[in-house]
Ligand binder design. Structure first.
Ligand SMILES: [Zn+2]
Length: 479
């Protein structure tokens, strides 16, 4: 129950609290109450979780209204963590608890021995403190998690101090008791040790557990959220049935259903590089290529689809591309940083760790080869969107006259003005791309047209170190 804190200072004793009309409430009831208010007033819920407005979010809201624990099933990088953390927004800004309690006991319904005797002793004068919602969310990665981490262990100092071992006074509380009245998330649930799953179920459902042979009883109140890879979760024997049974909602997450959503995610998440030092401009086709690389990686037969390709691939590729363009502009003393095709070769560092090659493919291919293929395909897809219907024949024709063009990620913008002089036919497609705005943008458009012609098999390309040369001949870039 929310206490109106604007009128008077917030209650600091049990009697002040109850006089203000405060009543006990489970964490799930609290979340439901806040959600109902948000729904009634048509306020945005989880506004930073993009692309799930019509799929995942309605299911999460149903689970909250139904007081269910949730397991999110999905491949990596599908915003599962963000969703779980966003649920904190459904908690009250702060809740009262008995001051000094390690498990933030409900003032009207304490469950620990210390607080129960404190309330008996001090009654209405029991001191109250306030717990902010940001601290009421905890998470843990399942692999390597021990029973002591999750539930607790006997505290040797307290045992030595003569505390009766049959009571929980001798217990050093683990994460689950510490997030009593909060939201607790366990990532990669199928990797949680079998015995710990049993213990977790016991403490949540049966309300008791044995720690080193000593029984401890607790009436814990938590909202639990889990994540799991869908294949592992459904594999028999990975999750004990009782625990699976307790989870009310299984919600399947997914990757962005459109490139537009993927681009919105990049724009929301990528490190903002607007600085005084430079003006940074990203042509729309470059952003599209970055997101298309991720889409191609998800579709590539060489990539392991069980683990998936995270949305973080797009974000870190975008950041790397910008970094490479900024580095060039700074080194060359240019005031404008505009990413271009040559910058894509710097994406290897941000890509290689995020795609996993399919271990069951017999063909031996290197990661480098796979990434190159994916990038080329992405460039081709985006190029075709701009130019599939354009007649670029006269431009291709100009390469027949033994014209060759060299580009590199460290070439100054002025170099590209000379390319225009030599092949005036390139001006038209560059103009279509919006390359008339400034020199740096024009350089980027020129590279895109050249690379696009190569991926379309119209001109050849050779590479030597950083230098890329486009010349007569068919590229073989189709593959
Ligand atoms: Zn307590």
């Amino acid at each position: 129950m929310n206490v109106d804190k604007t009128a008077e200072p917030r209650p600091l004793t049990l009697s002040e609290l109850t006089a203000r009309g405060w009543r006990s409430e489970t964490v799930k009831a609290e979340m439901e109450r806040n959600l109902v208010r948000l729904l009634q007033t048509h306020q945005p819920i989880f506004p930073t979780v993009l692309g799930y407005e019509d799929t995942v979010i309605p299911q999460v809201l149903n689970a909250v209204l139904a007081h269910h624990d949730i397991v999110f099933l999905g491949e990596k990088g599908q915003a599962k963590s963000r969703l779980m953390r966003s649920m904190v927004g459904l908690l009250d800004e702060e809740v009262p608890y008995i001051e000094g309690c390690e498990i933030h006991d409900d003032p009207c319904n304490p469950i620990c021995a210390r607080c129960r005797s404190l309330v008996k002793q001090l009654g209405h004068n029991t001191p109250i403190a306030w717990w902010p919602r940001s601290e009421r969310y905890g998470e843990r990665l399942a692999p390597g998690t021990r029973l002591a981490d999750l539930i607790g262990d006997l505290d040797p100092a307290r045992v030595a101090g003569g505390t009766a071992m049959s009571s929980e006074d001798a217990l050093h509380f683990g994460l689950i008791p510490r997030f009593h009245r909060g939201i607790f998330a366990i990532n990669e649930l199928p990797d949680l040790d079998y015995l710990i799953q049993v213990a977790l179920f016991n403490i949540l459902e049966e309300r008791d557990i044995q720690i080193r042979g000593y029984p401890v009883r607790f009436n814990l109140d938590l909202c639990l959220v889990f994540t799991a890879n869908p294949e592992e979760y459904s594999r028999s024997g990975k999750i004990i049935t009782q625990l699976k049974d307790r989870v009310g909602a299984e919600i399947r997450t997914h990757y962005p259903r459109s490139r537009e959503v993927g681009i919105r995610i990049i724009e929301q998440e990528a490190r903002n590089v607007t600085r005084d030092e430079l003006s940074v401009e990203v042509p729309a086709f470059m952003t599209r290529i970055v997101e298309q690389i991720t889409i191609e990686a998800r579709n590539s037969p060489y990539v392991n689809h069980r683990s998936g390709v995270s949305a973080r691939l797009s974000i870190s590729n975008y950041e790397t591309m910008l970094a490479n363009a900024r580095r060039r502009a700074l080194l060359l003393g240019e005031g404008r940083a505009v990413p271009r095709m040559c910058d894509l070769s710097s994406l290897y560092t941000s890509t290689s760790g995020k795609i996993e090659l399919d271990p069951f493919r017999e063909e031996t291919v290197t990661e480098f080869h796979v990434i190159n293929k994916i990038v080329e395909k992405a460039v081709k897809v985006v190029f075709d969107e701009y130019f599939a219907r354009e007649d670029l024949g006269s431009l291709v024709e100009s390469f027949r006259k033994d014209v060759n063009v060299t580009t590199s990620d460290q070439m100054p913008t002025a170099h590209y003005t000379r390319i225009l002089d030599r092949i005036p036919q390139i001006w038209e497609p560059v103009h279509i791309l919006g390359g008339n705005v400034n020199d740096a943008l024009r350089a980027s458009c020129i590279e895109f047209v050249l690379e696009g012609l190569h991926t379309a098999g119209k001109i050849a390309r050779t590479r030597s170190g950083d230098l890329v040369e486009y010349l007569r001949g068919s590229g073989g870039g189709r593959g």
